[in-house]
Ligand binder design. Structure first.
Ligand code: SF4
Length: 269
């Protein structure tokens, strides 16, 4: 039987400080040396495409996982399928208990007001991932500090008490210029909706295109005032210090890796 040890967010402080001085490749090599079960969590948007390409170029293979709300754009699903075909990743979908029409029959159209939207996002985006910790210890994500707002301080590694996994954002520190270069490379697989006026993309019900003079996220929950994020990324919200239980062998490897990580650190600034 697997033994578990509690990992506290404070335990990550030194590791985060050291990772701040690492290249993306070094962050990825460290991640895969410490965590045996790693997945890429994406919603089929361009930042996820850039990270998927970086992972492929770094020689990493893994599952690409997503919460399939049942009302994603077909272009989003096709983009994720194409990424998996091209990079030999495996696509793994986590679905809500109810289809959208079953949910509507039971609760009505939820996403029309703020409380209903929170309920809907919880059932369709958050709950499906509750069991993900039995499949993976860490989820890679494409959050970047260059996005600004709440994401301007996103840590490289953090703990996710909701899904009981570690979250790593390997491209948190990528410069906007370098990120843009990846987007402009012709072989980067990008959701075609981005070229049709959708800077960010979620469910069909709650996403619209934006005008050139609007903020990038203006098309998300346009019908609701004050909703910016859905709750799937804990670092988007103010939160308390958290802890999670991980297999003891993983926690030990993580602690033991720090000395080597510091030893190998070069200044990449
Ligand atoms: S984005 Fe809209 S449709 Fe999608 S889960 Fe949230 S409230 Fe429901």
């Amino acid at each position: 039987m697997t033994e578990f040890t509690t990992l506290f967010e404070d335990d990550l402080r030194s590791i985060n400080q050291t990772l701040e001085r690492k290249t993306i490749q070094e962050i990825l090599d460290w991640t895969f040396s410490v965590f045996p079960r790693v997945a890429l969590l994406t919603s089929g948007q361009k930042a996820g495409s850039v990270l998927a390409k970086i992972l492929f170029q770094a020689g990493k293979q893994m599952d690409l996982v997503f919460a399939d709300t049942g009302v994603l754009f077909p272009e989003t699903l096709e983009t994720m399928e194409k990424i998996c075909r091209t990079y030999s990743f495996s696509l793994k979908r986590y679905a809500p208990q109810l289809t959208m029409s079953e949910q509507t029959q039971k609760y009505g159209v939820l996403y029309l007001d703020r409380a209903g939207q929170e309920h809907c996002c919880h059932m369709r985006k958050v709950e499906p991932l509750f069991g993900i910790h039995s499949d993976y210890e860490v989820l890679l994500g494409p959050l970047r500090r260059g996005e600004g707002g709440r994401r301007s301080r996103v840590p490289i590694i953090s703990l996710d008490a909701t899904f009981k996994v570690a979250r790593i954002n390997p491209i948190a520190m990528i410069s906007n210029e370098r990120y843009q270069k990846y987007l402009e490379e012709p072989d980067t697989i990008i959701n075609p909706l981005h070229a049709q006026g959708y800077p960010t993309i979620g469910c069909t019900r709650c996403t619209t295109p934006v005008r050139g003079d609007e903020p990038q996220r203006a098309g998300r929950w346009r019908h609701l005032a004050g909703v910016d994020y859905c709750g799937i990324n804990p670092s988007d919200f103010a939160r308390k210090k958290v802890s999670i239980d991980l297999p003891t062998a993983v926690v030990q490897r993580l602690h033991n890796s720090l000395a080597k990580l510091e030893e190998d650190t070069h200044d990449h600034s």
